[in-house]
Design a protein around this ligand. Structure first.
Ligand SMILES: NC(=O)c1ccc[n+]([C@@H]2O[C@H](COP(=O)([O-])OP(=O)(O)OC[C@H]3O[C@@H](n4cnc5c(N)ncnc54)[C@H](O)[C@@H]3O)[C@@H](O)[C@H]2O)c1
Length: 405
């Protein structure tokens, strides 16, 4: 089902904690985590971000494929012994039977495990948040989307950068037509960290990202090109019609792409050019989006996420500043600190969880929820993202032929 699905009231059992029924509204939710063990990158960012609003508490998990390591690590997170599981299937089976079962499961494993873990959760009626890319192929992605919709389960995908208030404000301005009819998007995401064979060092993130069994058919597009696709779509509401891509492998003996150039045609006639790279010496996490319309342009840079630039024809360029300049309500409500007190990646992640947990409380309270109004990336957007990656891989294999999405 597409975004816009109305969740009908769910057949949800009463919530029981310490033997008493509890109201769902405003109660603290609970969650389990799969992945994010010792030395992992993003699992700890999720946990820290969720703590910022205190709307959910981590009470169960399997943090590593090595169960001894997972249990040891789980204890450092103060999780009860009986909720530290040996593997994800045991977690899903046992949690789903508990009267105080977790409200949702967060998946922060390498890409290839997202699908089996999420599928098991959905089949056991557990709500899910998964990191991106949703899955390693689009068949799996659509299956998860259908399963979530069929079972009335809320499924969020953590495309981090959509959580910034500036991104939400840009979306709002573009919707109001401030830069006119959209013509062209130039988006780039250069990083340096795979410019050498980091996978031969003890860099575990490099090892699995360059391994097709764990990463999927693409490394660079899957890992960071996917952020461009989702962020541009969030800011502009443009729908991609077709892509022509060239995926390069610059570093010797590497199988998967470490650089990608992608031409995009959107529905309605606008065009785009995306570049993602992990061999861009000198770049840290330099995601930059420039959107050009008939009356103006907007430019946003991830390493300075509290600001963006708006240029209108015939007028001086303006710098918008989060907290200082008036943002519209959808963006303003996610601003946490006064102007000049920088917010960053943790807050962006927290904003995704704030929107997800607020919506989940409504779902648990059997309220209808219109997912087209969701202020977090949904499973449908996750599935669109996987289709984008797949189309880029296919195009590159066919000498950059245009591939419809
Ligand atoms: N949204 C973002 O901005 C963002 C940023 C970084 C990573 N990611 C995504 O997050 C995911 C994790 O990336 P990472 O960089 O944190 O990787 P990582 O290698 O640092 O961490 C992966 C963790 O998963 C654990 N794990 C592996 N297999 C498991 C299994 N079967 N059961 C339980 N745990 C298992 C590992 O032990 C490790 O702790 C990837 O899908 C990646 O694309 C997203």
């Amino acid at each position: 089902m597409p975004v816009g699905t109305i969740f009908s009231a769910l057949q949800k059992e009463d919530i029981v904690i310490d033997g008493s029924k509890v109201e769902t509204v405003n109660r603290q939710l609970t969650y389990a985590m799969v992945g994010g063990g010792p030395g992992a990158f993003i699992g700890d960012v999720h946990r820290s971000a969720i703590r910022l609003d205190d709307k959910a508490n981590l009470v169960a998990g399997v943090f590593s494929s090595d169960s001894a390591k997972s249990r040891e690590f789980g204890q450092t997170l103060h999780i009860a012994q009986d909720r530290l599981y040996d593997d994800y299937m045991q977690l899903v089976e046992q949690e789903s039977k508990r009267p105080d079962k977790v409200d949702f499961v967060v998946i922060v494993t390498p890409n290839a495990y997202h699908y089996p873990v999420a599928k098991a959760c959905l089949e056991h009626k557990l709500h899910v948040v998964s990191d991106k890319p949703l899955t390693v192929d689009s068949k799996q992605a659509r299956e998860l989307e259908n399963l979530a919709n069929k079972n009335g389960l809320l499924f969020g995908v953590t495309y981090t950068y959509t959580g910034y208030p500036t991104v939400k404000e840009i979306r709002s301005l573009i919707k109001k037509g401030i830069i006119g009819e959209l013509r062209f998007v130039n988006a780039e995401y250069p990083q340096e960290w795979l410019a050498t064979r980091s996978e031969d060092t003890d860099n575990r993130q490099a090892k699995w990202r360059t391994d097709p069994k764990l990463s999927g058919a693409s490394n660079c597009v899957g890992d960071i090109g996917s952020h461009i696709e989702n962020l541009v779509s969030t800011m502009t509401s443009l729908k991609i019609r077709r892509v022509s891509a060239r995926l390069d492998v610059f570093v010797e003996n590497r199988v998967l792409d470490d650089n990608a150039s992608i031409m995009v045609d959107y529905e309605g006639g606008a065009k785009g050019l995306y570049w993602s790279s992990q061999i861009a010496v000198g770049s840290d996490n330099a995601l930059r989006i420039r959107i050009y319309g008939s009356k103006g342009s907007i430019s946003w840079f991830q390493e300075d996420p509290d600001h963006f630039q708006l240029s209108l024809l015939g007028e001086p360029t303006r710098i918008y500043s989060r907290g200082r300049d008036e943002f519209s309500q959808p963006a303003q409500k996610f601003s946490r600190l006064p102007s000049g007190h920088p917010e960053g990646l943790f807050e962006a992640f927290a904003n995704i969880y704030k929107a997800y947990t607020d919506t989940l409380l409504k779902v648990l309270d059997k309220e209808d929820v219109d997912l087209s109004q969701a202020d977090f990336p949904t499973v449908s957007q996750g599935a669109d993202g996987v289709r984008f990656i797949e189309a880029c891989v296919l195009s590159s294999r066919q000498d950059s032929a245009w591939i419809d999405l």
